[in-house]
Design a protein around this ligand. Structure first.
Ligand code: MSP
Length: 497
C-alpha cells in the first residue's frame, strides 16, 4: 500500500497559535485526509519546537519558575487548538520528548562520524527572535526585517556544520528534481542562495542554556534549528523505532512558510546527505496571511485567534476561507469581512441552498425517495485530483464549484416546478442527476469541509458513505433508486450578528 508522510513546521510555543499557524496545519490536514481517502497509509506530523531560549524569557514573563511546566502548559494549548480545529495529526511531537532527544544525539554522532562537524569561533549579528545569525545584507536599517529589532553582537566557541561541502550536491539535486522545491519562484531563490551565499553554519551555542546538550561536550547546546529539523526523523521513530522509520522515511511533503525555506531546502537536505539518508520528495513553501498589509505575527501584535473564529463561523468555513481566499504559495489578506462574504456566497448560497432545494423538491415530488438512476458523469474529477496533487487548491475548488454552479443553472433552465406538471420522467432524471452530483461533491469536499460533507451524506440518506472505497465512490450511480433522503437543517445557517 502506498504511504504518504507529510509534516508541518513545528511551532514555537512562546505565544499562542494564530491564524497564520493554523493555515499551514489546516492545509496539511486537508492533504492528510485526502490521501487517507485514497487508501494510502498516511502519517501526518505536527508539533512544537521547544528547545528555544525565547521560551525561557516567555516563561519568566508569565511568572513560571519552572520552564518545563511552562512548556507543558503551552504545548497542551497548541495541541488543544489543533484538536478544536479538527486537525487529524498522527503525532504531535514535542522536541523536549525523550525519543526526540535520543534521535538528535544519534544524528549528531552520525554527522560527526562523517567528518562534517568542526569546532571554531563565531562572531556575528544574532537575532534572538530568529535564533539565528544575520549577515549585514539580511538587515534593513540595522534591524531584522521580520522582528524589527536590532540584533546583538555575539562571539563564542561553536561547532560548525560543513554546509559548503554539499553546495554542488544540493545544486545537482535541485536541478535534477524540479519538484523538490515548490513553487518555482522559491526554487530560484534557494538555488541562488546555495550557489552564491551559503556558508558553513554554526550548530551549537555556548551562551544559551536551553536545548539539547552537544554529545560529549555539555558546555554547549545544539542550535535549535539543527535540533528542530531532526523532528521530521524522530517523529517517525529515527533512533527508537527502526521499522516505523523505514516505513515512512523519506517524507513525501514538508509544508513550510516562505520564511523558513532556506533551512528546509539547504541546511536540511545537506544534513540528510551527511547522515546518509534519502531526501524528502518535496518542500512546498506557502505565503503569509497578512493583516493590514503586514505578516500576521505575535511580534507585530496583529494576530487573530483561530479557535475564536472557528467558534463563530465553524471549522469548515474557516478551512474553506484559507484554501479559497489565498492562492497557495502567495501572500493573502486575512479579513473577517471576506470570511463572511465567502460564507454567505459560496457556502450558504451556492452549496448549502442547492442541497436544501434539491432535497425539498425530491420530498415534494417523489416522497423524499431517490428517483430511478439516469446516466451521467462528473468530468471535474480530473482537475480536482490534479489540483490536490500539485497543491493548487484554487484548481480543486474551481472544480467543485463548477459542478455546483452548473447544478444551480440546471435548476434555473429546467424549471423542475414546471416539469412537475408536464414531464415527470424528465423531472425524475433531473433530480437524480442533481442528487448524484451532490453525492460526488460530498466526496470532493470530505477532506476540505469534513463536517459539512458528512452532514450532506446523512441528508442524502447515506450515513456510512464516507467508509466506501474512494475509487468506487467516484463512479457515477452511487445513489440507489428508492433510497430515503433526510432533509435536515441548512448546512450553513444564516450568521447571527
Ligand atoms: N520553529 C520554527 C520552525 C521549525 S521547523 C523544523 C518556526 N516556528 S514559527 O512558530 O515561528 O513558525 C511556524 C510556521 O508558521 C512557519 O512556517 C511560518 O511561516 C508560519 N507562519 C507564521 N506566521 C504566518 C502567517 N502570518 N501566515 C502564514 N504562515 C505563517 O519557524
Amino acid at each position: 500500500m502506498k504511504k504518504f508522510y507529510l509534516t508541518t513546521p513545528i511551532y514555537y510555543v512562546n505565544a499562542m497559535p494564530h491564524v497564520g499557524h493554523a493555515y499551514t496545519t489546516t492545509v496539511a490536514d486537508v492533504l492528510a485526509r485526502y490521501h487517507r481517502l485514497k487508501g494510502e497509509t498516511v502519517f501526518f506530523l505536527t508539533g512544537t519546537d521547544e528547545n528555544s531560549q525565547n521560551n525561557l524569557k516567555a516563561a519568566e514573563k508569565h511568572g513560571y519558575k519552572d520552564l518545563n511546566l511552562y512548556l507543558d502548559d503551552m504545548a497542551a494549548k497548541w495541541r488543544q487548538t489543533f484538536g478544536d480545529l479538527d486537525i487529524t495529526f498522527d503525532r504531535f511531537i514535542r522536541t523536549t520528548e525523550a525519543d526526540h532527544k535520543k534521535g538528535v544525539e544519534k544524528f549528531w554522532r552520525r554527522v560527526a562520524a562523517t567528518g562534517d562537524i568542526y569546532a571554531g569561533e563565531y562572531e556575528g549579528w544574532y537575532c534572538d527572535g530568529c535564533e539565528g545569525f544575520k549577515t549585514e545584507a539580511d538587515l534593513v536599517e540595522g534591524k531584522c526585517p521580520l522582528h524589527k529589532t536590532a540584533p546583538r553582537r555575539l562571539k563564542e566557541k561553536n561547532y560548525f556544520f560543513k554546509l559548503t561541502k554539499y553546495r554542488q550536491a544540493l545544486l545537482d539535486h535541485i536541478d535534477a528534481h524540479p519538484e523538490f522545491i515548490m513553487p518555482e519562484g522559491r526554487r530560484n531563490e534557494v538555488r541562488s542562495y546555495v550557489a552564491s551565499f551559503m556558508e558553513d553554519v554554526s550548530i551549537s551555542r555556548q551562551t544559551v542554556t536551553v536545548g539539547i546538550p552537544v554529545p560529549d561536550d555539555p558546555s554547549s547546546v545544539i542550535y535549535v534549528w539543527f535540533d528542530a529539523l531532526i523532528n521530521y526523523l524522530t517523529g517517525i521513530g529515527y533512533g527508537t523505532d527502526d521499522a516505523k522509520f523505514a516505513e515512512f522515511w523519506p517524507a513525501d511533503l514538508h509544508l513550510v512558510g516562505k520564511d523558513i525555506i532556506k533551512f528546509h531546502c539547504a541546511l536540511w537536505p545537506a544534513m540528510l546527505m551527511s547522515a546518509g539518508l534519502p531526501l524528502p520528495t518535496q518542500v512546498f513553501a506557502h505565503g503569509f496571511l497578512l493583516t493590514g498589509g503586514d505578516k500576521m505575527s505575535k511580534s507585530l501584535g496583529n494576530v487573530v485567534d483561530p479557535a475564536e473564529l472557528a467558534k463563530k463561523y465553524g471549522n469548515d468555513p474557516l478551512r474553506y476561507f484559507m484554501l479559497r481566499e489565498v492562492p497557495f504559495g502567495s501572500d493573502g489578506d486575512f479579513s473577517v469581512e471576506r470570511i463572511e462574504e465567502r460564507y454567505g456566497g459560496d457556502l450558504a448560497n451556492e452549496f448549502g441552498n442547492l442541497l436544501h432545494r434539491v432535497l425539498a423538491m425530491t420530498e415534494k415530488y417523489f416522497d423524499g425517495k431517490v428517483p430511478a438512476a439516469v446516466d451521467g458523469q462528473v468530468p471535474e474529477w480530473a482537475a480536482y485530483e490534479k489540483g490536490m496533487a500539485t497543491l493548487d487548491f484554487a484548481m480543486v475548488l474551481d472544480a467543485v464549484w463548477t459542478i455546483l454552479r452548473e447544478a444551480n443553472k440546471l435548476i434555473d433552465t429546467e424549471k423542475p416546478w414546471e416539469l412537475a406538471k408536464t414531464d415527470r420522467a424528465r423531472l425524475a432524471g433531473l433530480l437524480y442527476s442533481l442528487l448524484e452530483r451532490l453525492r460526488q461533491v460530498g466526496w470532493m469536499l470530505l477532506p476540505i469541509l469534513p463536517t459539512s460533507a458528512k452532514k450532506l451524506f446523512v441528508q442524502l440518506g447515506l450515513p456510512d458513505e464516507d467508509k466506501r472505497p474512494y475509487d468506487q465512490a467516484k463512479v457515477w450511480g452511487g445513489l440507489k433508486e428508492g433510497g430515503i433522503l433526510k432533509k435536515g437543517e441548512p448546512l450553513f445557517p444564516r450568521l447571527t450578528p
